[in-house]
Design a protein around this ligand. Structure first.
Ligand code: NAD
Ligand code: MN
Length: 793
């Protein structure tokens, strides 16, 4: 036998990682676990069976957390809150540092236990999951150290409820608890019911590392336990990672509760290969994109888009590469893929692939030679997939890649964005201009150029659209666990008392009133309301003033259409946007007296107060004109040869409902930050003093804002708000007013998971520069996209 034939036939032998220590740890707990509350384990309830995905064998008994268990955990977290905050940033930094060290010391045990419990190959848990966990604690130890200096005026939110999924059990725990603890919050965390073991081991290690009791509490259980956390009134914030469906339920349940919420949900991320890509590198990228962690990755590159000219060649090479992938025992260091999490997930993947075949796709799969009894599924490629097919639109959350082709870069962008989701994207091209030109056009929170599935604690991660909101990692991850101190002690807004009873509609048929009716402002034009109806307005002392248009559902739709059309504003240069705001300020200034008079007349404030409101509005416009080209991103240096650019981008079309009070200043304070960073808005002005807003039309007309950037629909706020909340082309909702407005906004915005920025009915002093303006507003007006750009060849 020649050496070359020997090489050809040589196969890898098994290289099992020892599970001795992990099994010994399980045995030390008799494989039965309670919750970890207030620094100790509770007695095991043994209601839940945790199975080993690779063998189907029983691994451990877990306890189903009841509402009482959750309550005990919340109480422990509340008790621990003040002393934890009293430690200060440096004190907490030392604890986080100790956690990082402990993870590193127990890296092998954690990795093996993770692989046994979850089914992922130990090569991944050892080389990816656990090192990233340690890195996260180091990184946030640093933010704790810098907290007082870097986040003045901000306080921790308090007790945080965190719910994580099963795909990266320990890593998601780290992403959640490291920032929360670093910044002075205490935590009640629920791991997924199928993968709770590393969380429990971590809690034990944390206690050994001296973390004070009650700072971190782990309650195990299924979705019902999750619901008890979501509903608990002692919790100030919910941070969730998991399915979009459960994310929606949580948004609905927490609506109006004042709990802040971050959602890291599903995805159907595009993997775009252009003709000039390094094909071998891109094929290897596909392997990392979709077969990493058996494809059970929220940001998996699960939609392969290949440019037509190389499509067939690319698919051929990909199939050849696929056939070399090894699926097998998770603890075998040679396994590229392990087992799926559960029989349920296996069945789901199977049936989705069947669905794909029924819808006309061709299937290529790797032949399996795997241990019996495990949830193994082969690497799978579906070609000939229609962009509207189920497998092209639904998140499969398994090792299944669907492939499509495109002709031009524009078509690639269109296909890539043809999804409800917007978590991540990969772009493969050797032409830097092409790759960097496509990246900003993609609706995705993370874009990897010539790379994929890269993560680092310093680089933010999170979605656009129905992939959720909020960011984990880096500085932006800190803001999710902080709140402005100014928001702490604000009184409730005084009850809504329309000055003159409910304004009732009049129609043009009723006399000549329509002549004195201020119209709506849509697409840069004054337009009559769709219903031809108007509503009367009154001076503060009761005299009837001009009518304004009574906008309805159709008017909102028209306004949204105009705002959607004005998308060029999002790509206008920051300088251009600044000019737009300065120009409005200048024109408002020229008519300051007229506006002051109108404000005094309609709200009843003194002439001096009215003038002060106009002056403050002009200042605020200048303020956001100033910010327009200064609210910038960052350049991260992740551990690779390259950079990651954190770019704030406009969210899109934003619905704005203004409060009754300070009709000019409140409107300006809400609209200016949005417009400054490139959003287009549909505004419902103060119902009590709408004439101040309709007077602005002329100011807008003489400024040089493009048509459709600011649209104004007057009418009944309570009727127009649900229309805004329900509209799928509105991407975010800013609402100020009575408390029930916030409830409505949050509850009805779940369709496309709009980001809501509401006030829960708390009064705002719009004249106050801390409450009424600043980076807080700009962060709400933007979403960060992190673009990873590797260097070198
Ligand atoms: P899931 O959303 O049901 O579970 C995630 C976590 O939420 C778990 O801890 C679960 O116990 C908890 N939970 C379930 N119902 C809850 C409720 N009503 N209230 C509060 N918490 C609740 O996800 P899953 O069932 O584990 O997986 C289903 C699908 O979700 C997958 O097929 C995949 O598409 C998606 N998924 C996404 C991610 C991600 O990282 N984005 C992770 C896991 C699963
Ligand atoms: Mn398990």
């Amino acid at each position: 036998m020649s050496v070359s034939t020997y090489f050809d036939t040589m196969d890898y032998g098994p290289a099992p990682e020892s599970d001795k220590d992990a099994r010994a740890w399980l045995a030390s707990h008799e494989a039965s676990f309670g919750h970890f509350i207030g620094g100790r384990f509770t007695l095991p309830g043994a209601q839940l069976d945790d199975l080993e995905p690779a063998t189907g064998k029983l691994l451990a008994h877990l306890t189903q957390g009841s509402a009482a268990d959750v309550d005990a955990a919340v109480q422990a977290a509340q008790a621990a809150l003040a002393p934890w905050q009293a430690l200060g940033g440096h004190g907490r930094a030392r604890h986080l540092y100790a956690l990082a060290r402990s993870v590193q010391r127990h890296a092998r045990l954690l990795a093996v236990l993770e692989s046994i419990d979850n089914g992922k190959p130990v090569r991944e848990s050892r080389d990816v999951d656990v090192p990233l966990v340690a890195r996260h604690f180091y990184h946030y130890a640093g933010w704790a150290q810098l907290q007082e200096r870097e986040f003045p005026g901000m306080a921790p939110v308090g007790v945080v409820g965190q719910i994580v999924p099963w795909n990266f059990p320990l890593l998601m725990l780290a992403w959640k608890i490291a920032p929360a603890l670093a910044l002075g919050n205490t935590v009640v965390l629920k791991p997924a019911e199928s993968t709770s073991l590393t969380a429990l081991l971590f809690a034990e290690l944390a206690q050994q590392a001296g973390l004070p009791a009650g700072v971190l509490n782990i309650v195990t259980g299924d979705g019902r336990t999750g619901t008890a956390i979501v509903d608990h009134p002692g919790i100030h914030k919910i941070a969730f990672t998991g399915s979009t469906e459960v994310g929606r339920q949580i948004r609905e349940r927490t609506a109006g509760s004042g709990k802040s919420l971050t959602l890291e949900l599903g995805g159907k991320s595009p993997f775009i290969v252009f003709e000039d890509a390094d094909i071998d590198a891109a094929v290897e990228g596909v392997v990392d994109a979709i077969w990493f962690n058996q494809g059970q990755v929220c940001c998996a590159g699960s939609r392969l888009l290949v440019q037509e000219g190389i499509h067939d060649r690319f698919i051929a090479r990909l199939k050849a590469r696929m056939d070399k992938l090894k699926v097998g025992a998770p603890l075998d260091k040679c396994s590229d893929m392990g087992a799926l999490i559960s029989p349920v997930q296996l069945e789901r993947v199977r049936s989705l692939v069947q669905q794909g075949l029924r819808e006309g796709a061709q299937c290529h799969q790797v032949a399996l030679d795997v241990p019996a009894g495990g949830c193994f599924y082969p690497p799978t490629l579906l070609t000939g997939v229609h962009p509207a097919a189920t497998v092209a639109t639904e998140e499969i959350f398994g090792p299944v890649l669907v492939a499509m082709s495109f002709r031009t870069p524009d078509e690639a962008v269109q296909l890539a964005n043809n999804s409800r989701y917007g978590l991540a994207a990969s772009i493969w091209s050797e032409t830097i201009g092409l790759a960097l030109g496509v990246a900003p056009q993609l609706k995705a929170g993370v874009v990897w150029i010539n790379s994929t599935n890269q993560f680092d604690a310093a680089v933010g991660f999170g979605g656009y659209r129905e992939s959720g909101y909020g960011r984990e990692g880096g500085r932006e991850g800190c803001y999710e666990y902080l709140k402005p101190i100014a928001s702490k002690e604000r009184p409730a807004r005084s009850a809504r008392t329309p000055a003159h009873g409910d304004a009732t509609a009049t129609t043009s048929a009723q006399g000549g009133a329509i002549d004195r009716t201020a119209k709506l402002y849509v697409g840069g034009k004054q337009v009559r309301p769709d219903g031809e109806a108007s509503m009367p307005t009154y001076a503060a002392h009761g005299a009837r003033l001009d009518d304004v248009g009574l906008g309805n559902r159709k008017d909102i739709r028209n306004a949204v259409a105009a705002a959607v059309k004005a998308s060029a504003w999002s790509n206008a240069t920051p300088h251009r946007r600044a000019q737009g705001l300065y120009y409005i300020a200048e024109n408002l200034s020229a008519r300051a007296d007229e506006f002051a008079h109108r404000i005094a007349l309609t709200t009843g404030v003194s002439a001096a107060q009215a003038s002060a409101e106009v002056e403050a509005s002009i200042r605020r416009l200048f303020c956001y004109g100033a910010w327009a080209d200064k609210f910038e991103g960052a350049v991260h240096q992740p551990p690779m040869r390259g950079v990651a650019l954190a770019m704030p981008e406009a969210i899109g079309v934003v619905g704005v409902v203004c409060p009754a009070e300070q009709p000019l200043l409140a409107l300006v304070s809400l609209v200016a930050p949005l417009v400054a960073v490139g959003n287009r808005v549909v505004v419902v002005p103060s119902q009590q003093a709408p004439l101040v807003a309709t007077d602005l039309y002329q100011v807008f007309d003489t400024s040089d804002l493009p048509d459709g950037v600011i649209n104004i629909v007057t009418g009944h706020s309570a009727e127009l708000l649900p229309v805004l909340a329900d509209h799928d082309e509105i991407d975010a909702l800013w609402v100020r007013g009575p408390a029930d407005f916030s409830v409505t906004a949050e509850r009805l915005s779940i369709g496309n998971l709009k980001r809501c920025f509401v006030d829960y009915g708390q009064a705002i002093d719009w004249l106050d520069d801390v409450q009424g303006e600043g980076p807080h507003y700009l962060r709400q007006a933007t979403q960060l996209k992190n673009i990873w750009i590797p260097y070198g060849e």
